[in-house]
Design a protein around this ligand. Structure first.
Ligand SMILES: [Zn+2]
Length: 86
């Protein structure tokens, strides 16, 4: 199995990510994911070997990505519980 090293690039705005997506489109093999909870757009380009993502608006420096995922799970559970458990 071969290992691919990706470079993480963090941009200020989603617009910059979109530009990169358009540049890679049709030429490169890429995957794009969007988190509506975080309002973060992430592009993984296997040809550029880069992960491009944007900073969440107003995110404080202390709160890391993992904390964000925890909150997202909690928010989902809240919705889920409301729906199924009153
Ligand atoms: Zn690319």
């Amino acid at each position: 199995m071969s290992k691919i090293q990706f470079t993480l690039e963090i941009y200020e705005t989603q617009e910059e990510i979109r530009q990169h997506i358009q540049e890679c489109e049709g030429k490169h093999s890429q995957q794009v994911a969007y988190s509506s909870f975080h309002d973060v757009l992430t592009q993984v380009c296997f040809t550029c070997k880069k992960v491009r993502t944007n900073k969440r608006k107003g995110e404080s420096r202390r709160r890391g990505y993992l904390q964000g995922i925890k909150e997202e799970n909690k928010a989902w559970r809240t919705v889920h519980n409301k729906r199924y458990f009153g």
